[in-house]
Design a binder for this molecule. Structure first.
Ligand SMILES: Cc1cc2nc3c(=O)[nH]c(=O)nc-3n(C[C@H](O)[C@H](O)[C@H](O)COP(=O)(O)OP(=O)(O)OC[C@H]3O[C@@H](n4cnc5c(N)ncnc54)[C@H](O)[C@@H]3O)c2cc1C
Length: 481
């Protein structure tokens, strides 16, 4: 429940922010009821520090004769200070507008989607029988087996590693802290997923017991929400990020590998050229595009490097939105082309073609047309009989011998709490950019006190992420703290 006694004031303000027109207004669309649902878990701090003092000040303005209408709200939205207000009116109005927009546009139940032209129904016929590839999991008893290599993380990198290692005849133990989640289990909550995580995420881990530490210019902070965007919240399930990604399959351009020598190193920057070139990597790009399955048009992107093979599938047809952008780009003299996507545009490798429901990112694919490691390389690795995939296993540290060579890992079974050591001849860390670095640092020994592979002190530094736009609600709170 919202902790403000005058609910009618909140309702009136919401209906000024999102008034009824041909679409329902905010309260008719259930935004007030939704604010009740999320108040304690997600907005508690806003109510204490911003909404309650803002509403009190607004109530005083109204008692003094102000009218609660669009004009007043627009005025408040442009004011950082106002007599009688202890919080910024602009922050108050802006933040409430943001959360109202979350409740209005982010929820199917609000009925707002037709008004903005968003229709997540398939636009092409759905096959009568939809086949979802689910990798076969083994139980923790598989940890007792003998393996050449332990691969930590069954995401993009770990899946590919398991595939090529088993192809070469190695016995592989593939561990992931997450479990394989079906498309239904991942769900379609547009407010709580790995694309937009202001209200949680959809593959875990659970909020309780999974604090994170983030560091910024002001020092280290503990955050108790594992979905907090500052920790770079990727998916933790078999398939890793590929289970919920959008599936854009861009190659780097040749210059991306030599930015330092091409453009120089800005002062204070750690920019360095890659230790390999585009041409050296090209055959591997091609192999991944063929094995996962990418659709696109390899002839249109002007700055790309050479390609030794075309994309295996034709590009998606142009959408109305892409057509508008293309025309705008053409007017500016810019060329455009379809985004290469890890999405079947035709039936391929036993999986269906895309039905164009338009809600890839953050969710599972309803017809399994989108390729991830869980429905391509991991099943191929398992099919060799040389790989065991054991989910629900949290790798706590890497074990090394005196020379620094990895000999195994310490694993916590997240269901039973049993901790054990598992040995192998080599360990591949593919737990994601942040967790891999964290594991190396957490595996320090007396011989390697700064963590493994960290003679230079660079492990865990220089991450160049691609953060999605911050949920506006969090930006607003940063402003008022
Ligand atoms: C919403 C979203 C959209 C994206 N869209 C795109 C896109 O369009 N194109 C693109 O190229 N990329 C995209 N990405 C990014 C892409 O998914 C990642 O770059 C990629 O998955 C990283 O691969 P990885 O193998 O390093 O890690 P991940 O795929 O994240 O896999 C790491 C795995 O390790 C497991 N793990 C972590 N810690 C441990 C531990 N201690 N013990 C055991 N297991 C552990 C995790 O559960 C996870 O399954 C997107 C990501 C998201 C979340």
């Amino acid at each position: 429940m919202i902790p403000y006694p005058d609910r009618s004031l909140v309702a009136r303000l919401l209906d000024v922010l999102i008034p009824p027109d041909v679409q329902p207004g905010a309260t008719d669309a259930g935004v007030l009821a939704w604010l009740d649902d999320v108040a304690a878990d997600h907005h508690a701090q806003y109510w204490t520090t911003l909404f309650t003092p803002g509403l009190d000040a607004l109530a005083a303005d109204l008692a003094a004769g102000a009218e609660l209408d669009t004009e007043l709200v627009a005025t408040l939205g442009g004011q950082d200070r106002r007599p009688g207000w202890t919080v910024s009116p602009a922050t108050f109005v802006g933040t409430l507008a943001d959360v109202a927009a979350h409740g209005y546009y982010g929820r199917r139940e609000s009925g707002s989607w037709p008004g903005i032209g968003y229709d997540p129904a398939p636009k092409l016929p759905v096959p009568d029988v939809v086949r979802h590839v689910a990798p076969t999991e083994s139980g923790p008893e598989a940890l007792d087996g003998r393996y050449d290599v332990i691969v930590v993380g069954a995401g993009a990198g770990g899946g590919v590693a398991a595939r090529v290692l088993t192809e070469a005849g190695a016995r592989v133990l593939l561990l992931d802290r997450g479990r394989f989640l079906t498309t239904d289990a991942i769900g379609h909550d547009h407010l709580a997923n790995h694309r937009f995580s202001a209200y949680g995420h959809n593959t875990g881990p659970a909020r309780a017991g999974n604090p994170r530490v983030v560091a910024d210019a002001e020092g280290e902070h503990r955050i108790d929400a594992p979905h907090d965007f500052r920790w770079h919240n990727n998916a933790m399930t078999v398939g890793g990020g590929t289970r919920v990604y959008q599936g854009m399959a861009w190659r780097f351009q040749p210059d991306d590998f030599r930015m330092a020598s091409r453009y120089g190193v800005p002062e204070g920057s750690s920019l360095a050229d890659w230790p390999l070139t585009y041409d050296e990597l090209e055959p591997f790009y091609t192999r991944v595009e063929q094995e996962f399955g990418v659709c696109g048009d390899g002839s249109v992107h002007r700055f790309q490097g050479h390609r030794s093979a075309p994309y295996p599938m034709p590009a998606q047809p142009e959408t109305a939105e892409a057509g508008v952008l293309r025309k705008g780009a053409e007017a500016l003299g810019l060329s455009t082309g379809p985004v290469p996507l890890l999405i079947n545009t035709e039936h391929r490798h036993g999986r269906a073609a895309c039905v164009r429901c338009g809600q890839c990112i953050g969710f599972g694919c309803p017809v399994d047309a989108r390729a991830g490691s869980h429905n391509t390389v991991i099943p191929l690795a398992l099919a060799t009989g040389l790989c065991r995939l054991v989910p629900g296993q949290f790798v706590e540290r890497v074990l090394v011998d005196g020379s620094g060579r990895a000999t195994g890992v310490v694993v916590d079974d997240l269901r039973t709490g049993v901790r054990r050591e598992v040995r192998a001849g080599a360990v591949v860390l593919a737990a994601g950019a942040i967790e891999t670095a964290r594991l190396l640092l957490a595996s320090a020994t007396t011989d390697f006190p700064d963590g493994l592979g960290n003679r230079t002190g660079h492990v865990g530094r220089h991450l160049q992420g691609h953060n999605y736009e911050r949920p506006a609600v969090e930006v607003a709170v940063c402003r008022c703290w």
